[in-house]
Design a protein around this ligand. Structure first.
Ligand code: NA7
Length: 289
């Protein structure tokens, strides 16, 4: 059997996904070096055996792979090239797995500084990450993908090489486009139900059990029924970012995607209303006056 790595793995960014991935690696006996901008978030992982580094450059020392799961392009740039960034001490000799959802062009740019890089779109939430149940869609050179496959298979139940660098991000953006539009559609139907005097709980139960509901709609109908959007599965502001990125991608190739554009606008407005750190189903709150 091919070993997943010959050395420690760094995980940069310990939000919902990064902490899930680091937990999975530790559970599988992989030595893990972690770093997070807010250091307290590393503490549970340290208790589970991870080494907490002082910064990204320190975290990647001696590692064969680095998985980056910070929130967006700005954060990724900070982690790579900012103060104590992972590239400040010279080129990274291992493989960078960019699992942050950013514009595909941004990961292509990274390849100028990191010879061995993959972009990986992750489908699933923190629980899937913890259990190795993610579905992973990778872009990058075949040689790099094949070398990373054992590690990726430790993290995901489905691991697919889509093609050139940037492909993983393109897949992730279109998947989140679908999710954002579906969840907003569910929220709109629910608000219409409430505003016209139907019983909200009854309507959500009916939708969830109907042929119109996708699994994600059925899942999110529980959030909408309870009105509890705390402890997010996926933060609303990240959905706003991904819908904006998808809309920009479409515009760049001359496509008009009216649903994606409308959903992006609603999610940006919801973020501006202070709902960004709630679960993305909280978009429903941006629909009512
Ligand atoms: P979370 O739970 O919002 O976590 C975001 C992480 O990004 C978290 O570790 C943040 O650190 C970190 N972050 C945000 N901005 C920065 C900057 N400027 N510099 C360094 N680190 C930063 O998101 P998820 O885990 O759900 O998702 C992460 C990505 O994976 C996202 O692109 C998804 O689409 C896929 P903090 O703890 O706030 O200091």
């Amino acid at each position: 059997m091919t070993r997943a790595t010959n050395g420690p793995v760094a995980v940069l960014g310990l939000g919902l996904m990064g902490s899930g991935l680091a937990t999975r690696l530790l559970d599988q006996g992989i030595p893990v070096r972690v770093w997070n901008r807010t250091p307290e978030r590393a503490e549970p992982l340290v208790r589970s055996g991870a080494f907490a580094a002082a910064g990204p450059a320190h975290a990647v020392e001696g590692t064969t792979h680095t998985i980056c799961t910070v929130s967006d392009g700005e954060a990724l740039s900070e982690v790579l090239r900012g103060t104590d960034g992972m590239l400040t001490k010279g080129p990274y000799p291992g493989t960078l797995i960019c699992a942050s959802t950013v514009a595909p062009e941004e990961v292509v740019q990274i390849a100028g500084d990191v010879p061995s890089v993959l972009d990986v779109g992750m489908l699933g939430n923190r629980d899937h990450a913890r259990e190795g149940e993610l579905r992973l869609f990778a872009g990058g050179e075949e040689r790099v993908f094949n070398a990373c496959r054992p590690l990726l298979e430790m993290l995901g139940k489905e691991v697919v090489h889509l093609g050139a660098l940037g492909s993983g991000m393109r897949m992730k953006l279109l998947l989140n486009l679908l999710m954002g539009v579906e969840v907003q559609a569910l929220a709109e139907a629910t608000e219409l139900a409430s505003a016209t005097g139907l019983n909200r709980q009854q309507v959500l139960k009916t939708i969830a059990g109907s042929g119109f509901a996708s699994p994600v709609m059925a899942f999110k109908s529980k959030r909408l029924a309870s009105g509890n959007f705390g402890k997010p599965d996926f933060r609303l502001r990240l959905m706003a970012k991904d819908l904006m990125l998808a809309s920009k991608q479409a515009a760049a190739v001359g496509l008009s995607l009216p649903l994606a554009t409308a959903a992006a606008e609603t999610h940006v407005r919801a973020t501006e209303q202070g709902l960004g750190d709630e679960d993305c189903a909280a978009v429903t709150r941006a629909l009512t006056p």
